[in-house]
Design a protein around this ligand. Structure first.
Ligand code: GLT
Ligand code: MN
Ligand code: MN
Length: 389
């Protein structure tokens, strides 16, 4: 039984260097764990069974490193990748830690900061591609404001568009096989962040010079912080052909940005998300963007990482069970039953179809009186998740 939950490469589980490397600093407390070198993180992730590791430029190469230091660090990191078989599917830029970015990066009011952000991102893209990345994430952590007296939000979106267009052109010019994934978040660390939700990012992408190169990296916690249904966000991104990456974690609504172990808060939501990803055949990384509780030592960090993958695999097994459950499937068949009577009214508009539909008599009372058995289906889902089916 236990073997079914052992992570393997084919599961495409990844972690960021910043996740298992999180030292447990928060706004009220100092670090509780020693920093983990990139090489040590690669070995830790290989030990627990992850497939890949992702990084921000400065998770790997410190912002002040000399070219010689950069070269040595990258050489040692790539040697660790080769020794363990871990891959780097995604990379990103740290455009939020350095004080230079206190007013954002691509949307900062200072044109020097905006130019520096572009320069830093081009170097970071080069680094990511050198390590094998094929997806490049843009989380606009500080692209926002505390007071809208300081910045015109429409101007900020224009600046954001100009930056992404510039960087798309840079990637094409270099001949890199790299796609961009925008990661929305509503707030924290800024009071409000631009492109706050998956829906906002989808609208923005349609306005870019190379919309085909740019998709989404939805995060469970971020949509939850916005009070939204993350599955709806992921599903809309998927349906638009824009689910390029996903950040899995968990979050209690109404709290600070928690980045909790995947599936540790809202089990039903996590189950339905895993079921969706598996049912549609999402083939990308399952990236866990979370970290261990601040109470944990190095052993607790491993428990955390193993737990994310274990929960995913348990939920994946439950999804297969749901799809094979005769009672559940019979109920679903009943719920989705279609006797074909409406076929003449379905499909694209024609004048004849519209006229026929306008003339058709409906038994409105009967439509409203019919019970849908959703309570039973939801309880069967809960029974299944609680292990009594
Ligand atoms: C940061 C943030 C995450 C982003 C990372 C990528 S960094 O930890 O909270 O949601 O995915 O920049
Ligand atoms: Mn987050
Ligand atoms: Mn994230």
């Amino acid at each position: 039984m236990a073997d079914a939950y052992v992570p393997r490469a084919e599961h495409r589980f990844t972690f960021g260097l910043w996740t298992v490397g999180n030292v447990g600093r928060d706004p009220f407390g100092e670090p509780v764990r020693a920093p983990l070198s990139p090489v040590a993180a690669v070995h830790l992730l290989a030990d627990v069974g992850a497939w890949g590791v992702n990084f921000h430029d400065n998770d790997l190469v410190p912002i002040d490193a000399s070219p010689a230091e950069r070269e040595r660090i990258v050489r040692e990191f790539r040697a660790a990748l080769a020794a363990t078989g871990l891959v780097v599917p995604m990379a990103t830029t740290n455009l939020f830690s350095d004080p230079a970015f206190k007013d954002g990066a691509f949307t900062a009011n200072d044109p020097r900061v905006r130019a520096y952000a572009l320069q830093k991102t081009m170097h970071a893209i080069d680094l990511g591609v050198e390590c094998g990345a094929t997806t490049y994430v843009f989380w606009g952590g500080r692209e926002g404001s505390e007071s809208d007296a300081t910045k015109n939000p429409a101007e900020a979106i224009k600046r954001f568009r100009e930056a992404i267009n510039f960087l798309c052109a840079y990637v094409r010019d270099q001949g890199y096989a790299l796609r961009f994934a925008l990661e929305p978040k509503p707030n924290e660390p800024r009071g409000d962040i631009f492109l706050a939700t998956v829906g906002a990012a989808l609208g923005f992408i349609a306005t870019l010079d190379h919309p085909g190169m740019v998709g989404l990296n939805p995060e469970v916690a971020h949509e939850t912080m916005a009070g939204l249904n993350v599955l709806h966000a992921v599903a809309q991104a998927w349906e638009a052909g824009k689910l390029f990456h996903i950040d899995l974690n968990d979050q209690v609504p109404g709290r600070y940005d928690q980045d909790l172990r995947f599936g540790s808060v809202n089990i039903k939501q996590a189950f339905l998300l895993v079921k969706f990803l598996e049912d549609v055949g999402y083939a990308g990384s399952r990236h866990f963007d979370a970290h261990a509780f601040r109470t944990e030592d190095a052993a607790g960090v491993r428990e955390f990482a193993r737990g994310c993958m274990r929960t995913y695999l348990i939920l994946k097994e439950r999804a297969a069970q749901f799809n094979a459950d005769a009672d559940i499937q019979a109920l679903l068949a009943e719920i989705h039953a279609d006797d074909g009577a409406m076929a003449p009214f379905q499909g694209a508009y024609t004048a004849a179809r519209a006229a026929a539909l306008k003339a058709h008599p409906f038994d409105r009372a009967a439509l409203g009186a019919r019970g849908l058995a959703y309570e039973r289906l939801d309880q069967l889902t809960i029974d299944l998740l609680l292990g009594v089916r």
